[in-house]
Design a protein around this ligand. Sequence first.
Ligand code: 5GP
Length: 198
Amino acid sequence: MNTGDDDIRGHVVLVMAPMGSGKGTIIKHALQKFPTAHLTVSCTSRAMRPGEENGKHYHFVSREEFDQKILNDDFLEWAEFAGNKYGTLKSEIIPRLKECEVVIVEIELQGVEQLLEILPRDHMTITYIEAGGWEVLKERAIARAPISEEDLTARHERYLIEKQSKPMADVIINNSEDINIACAEFDQVMEAAYQKCK
Ligand code: 5GP
């Protein structure tokens, strides 16, 4: 896809992290501190989880609707992950980058690899949020709510895939001890992203 590289003036902060790493809290904190930043809302074919809102957490669509959007060339990137499809709409990112905005994009590895092919590298910062190893994440999941052995196994498989994205990161944020420190580290990434906007 031709994004018209010369028109891209803003900056994309990509966030990759295993489930349960605290990325939601860290991003929420950053959006309060940087109110002009935009968190993209992806499309997904997966079912809505309790507490999620359509249009806020995701645009929840059927598989057929998702496939139609692929045919319409609406996505900048899309991928299949854990049996569901996820995609970032061009309309969520490109106009904002042309307007020199900072955009936070929370996606998995296959999506990041696609964006690396499309967007100019100096307009992207790849972050990975680390929250300790599987034992830590497992304890957190068990402490939060009752979880079946089957779900725990699925969660572990997912963790093994998600942690493969770590070597791609420009910045690794450590959220294994103090969430305030992790938030401050992410804020620094945001600060730098604003400075790189032209
Ligand atoms: P979940 O189902 O837990 O919300 O997300 C599963 C994975 O899909 C997470 O790693 C999340 O970052 C990723 N994801 C969410 N939206 C997108 C997207 O638009 N594109 C891609 N490639 N991955 C996404």
